[in-house]
Design a protein around this ligand. Structure first.
Ligand code: FE2
Ligand code: FE2
Length: 158
């Protein structure tokens, strides 16, 4: 089924998150300068966009989700944020690859579980209100401090 337009701005963030997650999950193969730049990149992304993505998902999607899904959303965001809050200089190869795995699994659950649940259970009015709210989120992405790096990351996909 095609993703509802109200959720598409979050799904577009997920495309970026998945590329980053793939690179993080291969952190073991990086040399020290490569690890340093990976840690810097993911921390900058978290500060510039991911933190806001998490906050907006919790604000906008928790009220439309089952209590179990709302709890899982919050729990997984907290686990990922906890690692990132340590700061880039304290993320080693093991933590970076754990981060990649957590991020990948979290995004896949949202796309295949949470978003499908919301599309099925939300009323047309709720989806309409959500579409308006997520279009504002997308506007923020265009102006985010991290935006210039997005194109660069997507070009270097592999
Ligand atoms: Fe999320
Ligand atoms: Fe998400």
């Amino acid at each position: 089924m095609k993703r509802h337009e109200a959720l598409q701005p979050f799904s577009r963030d997920h495309n970026v998150g998945l590329v980053l997650a793939r690179r993080l999950s291969r952190a073991d193969a990086e040399d020290p300068p490569g690890l340093k730049s990976l840690a810097q990149e993911v921390t900058a992304y978290w500060r510039g966009e991911m933190q806001d993505h998490f906050a907006e998902e919790e604000r906008l999607l928790s009220p439309l989700a089952s209590p179990e899904s709302a709890q899982r959303l919050q729990r997984e965001h907290a686990a990922i944020s906890e690692l990132l809050q340590r700061g880039e200089e304290r993320l080693d190869a093991g933590e970076l690859s754990t981060l990649g795995q957590l991020l990948d699994e979290h995004i896949r659950w949202e796309e295949r579980g949470l978003f499908v649940e919301i599309e099925k259970n939300a009323t047309p009015q709720q989806l309409q209100d959500l579409a308006l709210a997520t279009s504002l989120v997308e506007g923020k992405r265009a102006r985010s401090p991290w935006a210039p790096r997005r194109g660069e990351l997507m070009k270097r996909k592999q």
